[in-house]
Ligand binder design. Sequence first.
Ligand code: ADP
Ligand code: MG
Length: 334
Amino acid sequence: MTVALKLSNINKSYADVSALLDIKLEINDGEFFSLLGPSGSGKTTCLKVIAGFELPDTGQIELFGKDVSSIPPFKRDVNTVFQDYALFPHMNVKDNVAYSLKIKKTPLDQQEILINEILSTVKLIGYELRKPSELSGGQKQRVALARSLINKPKVLLLDEPLGALDLKLREQMQIELKNLQRQFQITFIYVTHDQQEAMSMSDRIAIFNEGRIEQIDTPKNIYNKPKSAFVADFIGTTSIISKKNALKFFNHPSAFSLRPEFVNIDQDNNCEFKVDAELSDIQYQGSYYKILFKNKDINITSFYYPNSNINLNLELGSNHSLSWSANIITNLDE
Ligand code: ADP
Ligand code: MG
């Protein structure tokens, strides 16, 4: 496998803020790789360091085995799609998309072919003469994509590219983006704070927390084998039991997390973990209910599917017996 990007020991501070702390990662050629974390965790800074818009305080950036740490942005074989699209407002769609071809002085007849090809790929044929102000959010997003894909960069950096779109359009664009990435076989480095987006699109994900990477793994492993309480809590719904409570309630020696889909409610079974708890909140989610249970200091979330043939007393304050098997918990260092 070819390594497209390698970051070694990257540190970057702004005054007294450490935006990136000892970042190390390797991304393979053709991979869809996401940088996922809450706002302010260093994702954009990391992308800027890769693109060359920011210089790190320490560390090395390699693209396809070549050290580019001191090479300016326009000489790196990467392109960036920004969250606000950064289209030229006075230029129409065609001129926005053709911009880099004009700079490179690509022959006009070849420009025409390339522009038609890419506009057809992003479904914008017929919109060539519109200005950005005459386009919807989704269409602007497609122009930004076309503009960055027309050079066929080896690596495409995307900073929350769907952040400004509403949910339906975002889900549709997620599918289109993934198709584009397969079609062009480009390495995508994708920044998002949306865990559903990262989980559904990525080959691998790096979880950022306060400038550090907490875990790099496949979506499945991130969900099923979170390495820290932060990752377990950030991805999906989880209940975290502290070490103190694990000992007190279950005689279990370490803190652990458990996913709601593994918590049985009122079932007589031979599970290793059992606890009685009070139903403290219930949230309707459409096809299921998310139910919160409480026993003194511990909170446990479970799901209830009303179309399953189990009948449940859903009254607030009602008492229930919860159980789960030992093999579904994830032990956490604490
Ligand atoms: P994210 O993209 O994950 O939201 P950023 O990489 O933008 O996070 O920011 C990481 C941290 O660095 C934040 O605390 C942010 O306030 C700080 N930061 C980012 N850019 C600058 C800058 N140009 N000057 C000062 N602080 C900055
Ligand atoms: Mg950002």
